[in-house]
Structures are given as C-alpha cells and as structure tokens.
Design a protein around this ligand. Structure first.
Ligand SMILES: *[C@@H]1O[C@H](CO)[C@@H](O)[C@H](O)[C@H]1NC(C)=O
Ligand SMILES: *[C@@H]1O[C@H](CO)[C@@H](O)[C@H](O)[C@H]1NC(C)=O
Ligand SMILES: *[C@@H]1O[C@H](CO)[C@@H](O)[C@H](O)[C@H]1NC(C)=O
Length: 479
C-alpha cells in the first residue's frame, strides 16, 4: 500500500512536470527551432518588468517573477494578447520563481532572462569592463542559470544589454561580452541538462550596430563551436514611429540588408517607438516584422507590458493591484490577430546552415571599433566555480498550477471590467498564439457579455487526449 501511494504521489508529480510544458528551443543557423516539432519558432513577445527597475528589490525578496498572484494576472492578459515570449530584465538568483515560471509555462509563454541587474557588481561596467569582470560577478550570473535552467520555458539568456552604446564604448567591451558568453556557456554545459542559448541585446545605434553584430557572431579561428560567440543577436529597435512610417522610411529595410545573411538568429529584443507622444501606438510595424520581407528576423518583443516612467506601457497597473488596459494593448492585439500564424509557424527554416565568418579585422567597418579577437581569460576562481558549481544555489522547478482564475479585477481600455479573467493552460506541446480575441469589452456600458474564449474551447476539446498522453508518458517513466 505504501509503495502504491508512493507511486501515485510520484505519478502526480510527474504529471505536473510532463504535462503543460512547452518544448525547449535551440538555435540552428539563423533560426530558433522547437526541439521536438523541429519547426521554426518566431518570437511574438512583450518585455515584462512591472515596477520598472525599481521593481527589483532582492533584499525584500521581490522581483518581476516573485509573486504568483501578480504573474497569474499578467499571464492571463498576455495570453489573450497572443504572445509566446516575455523578456524579464532584473531577477534575483536567490528568489524562488517556481510559481511564476510554471504559470507562464502552462500558458505556453517562453522566458528570455537577462542575467544582469542595475545593482552594483551585477553587470559589466562599460566604463571599465576589466574591473567588473570578477568571480563575484560570475557567481551571480551562474546563480541565474541555476535558478532558471530547470524550467522548460527558459528560452535563452541575455549575457549583456546595451553595454556598447556609442563610439566611446567600442574598445574592450566587445571582448568582455564574449568572455561572459563563454563563461555562461561553459557553466550551462557542465550544470544544465540541456543547452540554453546565450546572446546579446544591442542598442540601435547605427554607428556601432553592424560592427557589434559582426564582432559577436564571428567564429574565432573559424571554429563554429567557439563558446564565446553569441548564439543570437537581440536588437532594441525604435525606428518605426507613428502612423506614417513604413518599411523603407523606418530603416527596417536597411536592417534586413545588414542582417539578411546573419549566421545566428536576429530579433528585436525591444521595439515599439512611442512617438508622437500622447497617441496610442498603432503598431503597424507588426505586419512588416512578421511579413515576407523580414523572414530573416525571428520576430520581436514589444517594450513593454506595464506603464512606467518611460511611457511605453500596454497596460496601467493600478495601486489597488487591478490592471487597466491602454488602447496600445488593443491595437497590438488587433495587429497580432491579423498575422497568419500557421504560415509563420510553417516557414521552413531557410537558412539553417549559414556558416559563421571567421573573426577578422576585415569584418569591422569602423577603425575605432575593437578588432582584438583575443578573449580575456576567466578571472581568478572562475575555473573552480565552473567546475564545482555555485554553492547553495536556488534551483527552480515546474510546480503544479492550481489556480487559474485571476483574483483581482482588470478593466478594458474603456474602463469596463473584463469578465472571467483566467489563464487557460494549453496542451502539452503548444506555445501560445494570437487567438482572435478582443480583451477590452466593447462600449462603455457596464453589462459586458464575455466573448467565448477560443483558447478555452481548444484546450477543453483536446484536454482529454492531453491527459491520456501525459498519464501514458508518466506511467512509462515509472516502469
Ligand atoms: C502578491 O501580490 C498581491 C497583489 O499585489 C499581494 O496582495 C500579495 O500580498 C503578494 N504576495 C506576497 C507573498 O507578497
Ligand atoms: C482600483 O483602482 C482603479 C484605478 O484607480 C479604479 O478604477 C478601480 O475601480 C479600483 N478597483 C477596485 C476593485 O478597487
Ligand atoms: C588583445 O586583448 C588581450 C586580452 O583579451 C590583451 O591581452 C592583448 O594585449 C590585446 N592585444 C592588443 C594588441 O591590444
């Protein structure tokens, strides 16, 4: 009897782990690829940092993924919006993120995690990179790997963000970014059960952009397995502004020319210009980004979920913890709903085999840009840390998502309350897609009729099968 109970308990635990898990993603040439379906993964994403930088309070145990109730609320709204990925900037290696990661996983949303933070000693100092590259810093970023490696929806890590942001920062920093990437990938290879891609997020400063990408994507001595290479290149792009911009005038066409033959995936790690001010963003660039002219890019993430000082929000988070959608949310949802998702998902990875160029001064166009491809050696103590792992690391794992109904109210852009706001866990092998929903109730009357959720229906009809497959998989694992 005891062993039967034990088996049952194990079965339940396995069910939670096996079911409702997105497939990990890997890099093949220019594309992100689903490791199971082998289909190309296009990032349809939103940057997520409620509270802005000030929301990162590691001393009081708070960061963007520390509160399951908050994540439940936001995951419900992000799922309806239609995104499959969030980027999270500032997280603590010591905080337990299981609830939040599991909620996002259940609704088919990947996470791209920045390993750094704005606090002292938690990032590379662009003014003096050598001084900030020490074992204490490495122990923080390896702690982030430990914390997030166990979640299947951890899509990738950003090793650095906008370290190179003008001509004054193009010496030395590129080499240190490669050093950090090498160390992270060495650590992942030793301590993670799967590869997790590691790359860089660049400022869209056209003076330095092409050289930054050329420096980070090339292979030292022609070795494609050179660990210091970026696995992907994120670009923070704000050049498409307002109703009148188009593919040419926004400079998107130039970016396609620059990155068309990239040997690694390129995507917008931030986009969504907020000019002209005071007007909801129309997000017309969405059709270009996922259209036939830009298949070289792997999609992007809109900056950003919540309204903060910088004025880029899709939603307002109210003091009483409710959320009110901005018109920007509705506009973005309309744009996502227009995408031909099955076409996007069925895009054959065209360029899986572009060989990365061998690192050479010739690749660098600007004479002041770093062209020393000797990557700095790891600092004292790094080898021990990589071999033996971080002490007392907090290691995340997927937990059962028990609550699906959002306990606090949320309001559409006209102020009408959204009825029955909840997450809809997806079947085992799915990532989230735009579902044709309009989240903001129409009109300003109080009696809003909730529209039937396509996602809810879909998961109800496939739920039985999913459960059967999951039970079968779990029983097999037990035998
Ligand atoms: C999580 O956030 C909710 C809503 O803001 C709050 O009521 C609750 O106290 C928070 N939980 C914890 C553990 O901080
Ligand atoms: C919460 O605050 C918002 C904004 O101030 C307000 O519109 C809403 O009615 C409040 N909701 C609750 C449940 O207190
Ligand atoms: C190139 O960088 C390495 C450190 O990564 C340094 O030791 C070496 O002196 C540099 N070479 C030149 C010519 O500056």
């Amino acid at each position: 009897m005891r062993s039967l109970l034990h088996s049952l308990a194990l079965l339940v635990a396995l069910l939670a782990a096996v079911c409702h898990a997105v497939h990990p993603v890997e890099v093949q040439g220019q594309n992100f690829v689903d490791t199971v379906s082998k289909k190309r993964v296009m990032i349809i994403g939103v940057d997520y940092q409620p509270g802005g930088q000030a929301g990162y309070k590691p001393d009081s145990g708070e960061d963007a993924l520390s509160n399951g109730t908050v994540c439940l609320r936001d995951a419900a709204l992000l799922q309806q919006l239609g995104v499959n990925t969030i980027r999270v900037y500032n997280v603590s290696p010591k905080i337990n993120h299981d609830e939040c990661a599991s909620i996002f996983n259940a609704v088919g949303i990947y996470m791209i995690i920045d390993v750094n933070s704005p606090l002292g000693g938690e990032s590379i100092n662009r003014a003096d990179p050598a001084s900030s590259y020490h074992v204490g810093y490495l122990s923080r970023i390896f702690g982030i790997v430990e914390n997030f490696k166990g979640y299947p929806n951890t899509m990738a890590f950003f090793a650095a963000n906008e370290v190179i942001n003008d001509l004054g920062t193009v010496k030395d920093n590129p080499q240190y970014i490669r050093a950090v990437q090498r160390d992270l990938k060495n650590y992942i290879a030793k301590h993670s059960g799967r590869t997790i891609p590691v790359g860089y997020s660049a400022a869209d400063v056209r003076d330095v952009l092409q050289d930054t990408w050329a420096f980070l994507q090339c292979a030292i001595d022609g070795d494609d397995n050179d660990l210091s290479r970026s696995d992907f290149f994120g670009l923070n792009s704000y050049s498409w502004c307002g109703e009148s911009a188009d593919f040419q005038t926004s400079g998107y066409a130039d970016l396609v020319t620059t990155f068309g033959d990239s040997s690694i995936p390129v995507f917008y790690s931030e986009y969504g210009c907020n000019k002209p001010e005071g007007v909801a963003r129309p997000f017309n660039e969405v059709q270009a980004l996922y259209g036939k002219d830009m298949t070289a890019l792997s999609g992007g993430l809109v900056y950003e979920y919540s309204q903060e000082e910088s004025d880029y929000g899709l939603v307002n988070i109210n003091d009483n913890t409710t959320v009110t959608l901005k018109k920007d949310y509705d506009n973005l949802q309309d744009q996502f709903n227009k995408l031909d998702i099955s076409l996007i998902q069925s895009t054959t990875p065209s360029a899986t085999q572009i060989k990365s160029p061998e690192c050479d001064k010739k690749l660098i166009t600007n004479s002041v840009f770093d062209s020393n491809f000797t990557v700095p050696s790891p600092p004292d103590g790094a080898e021990d840390l990589i071999n033996n792992g971080v002490d007392d690391a907090t290691q995340g794992k997927i937990v059962e998502v028990k609550e699906t109904n959002v306990p606090m109210a949320a309001y559409g852009s006209t102020g009408v309350q959204i009825e029955n706001l909840a997450i809809h866990p997806l079947a085992n092998d799915e990532s989230n897609t735009p579902g044709g929903e309009n989240t903001s109730p129409s009109g300003s009357a109080s009696a809003a009729v909730p529209s039937p959720s396509k996602k809810g229906d879909a998961s109800r009809s496939t739920g039985g099968w999913t459960l059967a497959v999951c039970v079968f998989a779990a029983v097999l694992t037990l035998l």
